[in-house]
Design a protein around this ligand. Structure first.
Ligand SMILES: [Fe+2]
Length: 181
């Protein structure tokens, strides 16, 4: 696991995108550790993963990848990343339509995790180092990424993910009569 990156205070596009990767990896890990009895919480975590990935893919596609193309000239790498995003989006779409307790939730999440991990490795080991070596203004790009991310979070009504204490979170669900929603 990579070291903790700066989150909202990241001042460089690569650091910002890497922090997004770390966050989603953490959510996948949390999902896997989740007690199978807590289907409502598993469903919420899956939806949070879907939301984070949707926003991350959008800011990469709208802002970061065009800059990578322009600054590194590496069309093939960007095209491959876009293909990987398409696979991620298909799985996200599938997950979005699932209710809590859906028998396909775990299997689809596993596929999504494998897909995302592969994509993250490609970006962190190849694309990011190459863009760091280019003349790209990563600080200016970071500003643009953060602005767009904020807009999208607002648009999608993003809410902070539940706390790490799954039992406690599940207890809160039951107390508010939302279990299994
Ligand atoms: Fe990424």
């Amino acid at each position: 696991m990579s070291q903790q990156k700066q989150g909202a205070t990241a001042k460089d596009a690569v650091a910002l995108l890497t922090a997004d990767h770390d966050k989603v990896k953490k959510l996948f890990h949390e999902f896997e550790r989740c007690d199978p009895a807590h289907q409502g919480l598993k469903h919420d975590l899956a939806q949070q993963i879907c939301l984070d990935l949707t926003i991350h893919a959008a800011i990469e596609e709208e802002i970061f990848y065009p800059a990578v193309r322009a600054e590194t000239g590496d069309e093939q790498r960007v095209d491959e990343a876009l293909e990987e995003h398409a696979s991620v989006k298909e799985l996200v779409e599938h997950l979005r339509g699932m209710a809590a307790g859906d028998s396909e939730l775990d299997g689809t999440l596993q596929k999504l995790r494998a897909c995302v991990e592969h994509h993250v490795t490609e970006e962190e080991q190849a694309m990011f180092p190459s863009v760091r070596q280019s003349d790209a203004d990563l600080v200016a790009l970071c500003e643009q990424l953060m602005d767009r991310k904020e807009e999208l979070e607002h648009e999608f009504g993003a809410q902070p993910v539940r706390g790490n204490n799954t039992a406690e979170a599940e207890g809160e669900r039951s107390a508010t009569g939302q279990a299994g929603s």
